[in-house]
Design a protein around this ligand. Structure first.
Ligand code: BT5
Length: 235
């Protein structure tokens, strides 16, 4: 597979540009920007993307798209594997797919599906605080702050991309369970762990029973209930 790298000094959002460029993009192509002026997370959430961070999107044109979550998991695993090779060992996936170092967010992933006629394409956006300042972002940190070193963005991008493409082979071969297992082993959340449940009626403590890509089953006062990522917080 030969992929193209489209790089820019400044654009609105690599995910948005990927969507606009869908006609010419091929499997595995990358859109990379040194700075985003309208980077976003899920929904309307802003993603701060100043110079010094790694902001990119990878495009895939899947043959079938039964489970879009597998793409987000694949990318989270790719990032963790690369960062662990750089000896940033305490880095992990905060369920479901944020990249955390202790209680601070280092990166996030935004997977979006493009519907085109009867076909579906997928854009996976990655935001990683690398050499950029994160002082104005609540509960955030950067690789530079963690390690005391500057990183070569282009090298980091190539390493993550090649890890992701390697893992993508498992998706195309129908071996999704390999990615799910790698993802499960990299998440900070474990079965039996106590977490905070943020309900409209108040805050409670529950115990994790099962972990899924988009929900958790927790036990509270002997009753099992299903919760969404927005309803939990780590103790
Ligand atoms: C995410 O959203 O964590 C996914 C972010 C994906 C960003 C990439 S950058 C390349 C591509 N192009 C885009 O436009 N987006 C993707 P979410 O789970 O919704 O988290 C958003 C929340 O993270 C915000 O509400 C802030 O609280 C926090 N946040 C914003 N910028 C941050 C940053 N640089 N570092 C750490 N936390 C940040």
């Amino acid at each position: 597979m030969i992929e193209h790298l489209y790089s820019y000094d400044e654009i609105d959002s690599t995910n948005e540009l990927a969507k606009r460029m869908r006609d010419i993009l091929k499997n595995g192509d990358i859109i990379w920007a040194l700075k985003q002026t309208a980077g976003h997370g899920k929904g309307e959430r802003i993603w701060y993307s100043p110079e010094g961070g790694l902001w990119f999107s990878i495009f895939f044109r899947p043959v079938t798209l039964r489970d879009p979550n597998i793409y987000t998991k694949m990318m989270a695993v790719a990032i963790i594997r690369v960062l662990r090779k750089f000896k940033i060992d305490e880095i992990g996936i905060k369920w479901p797919n944020d990249i955390y170092y202790g209680k601070e967010k280092v990166g996030g992933i935004l997977t979006e599906i493009i519907h085109h006629g009867g076909k579906k394409e997928i854009v996976i956006g990655v935001g990683l605080n690398v050499n950029n300042d994160t002082n104005d972002i609540p509960n955030a940190t950067s690789l530079k702050k963690i390690t005391g070193k500057e990183f070569d963005l282009s090298h980091l991008l190539k390493r993550i991309h090649s890890e992701a493409i390697g893992l993508h082979n498992f998706v195309t071969k129908g071996q999704r369970n390999i990615i799910t297992n790698l993802w499960r082993n990299s998440i900070v959340l474990k079965k039996g762990m106590k977490i905070k449940l943020l309900y409209p009626s108040g805050t409670y403590i529950g115990t994790v029973v099962s972990i899924f890509a988009d929900s958790l089953v927790v036990e509270r006062d002997g009753i099992k209930e299903r919760v969404k990522p927005s309803e939990i917080e780590f103790l």
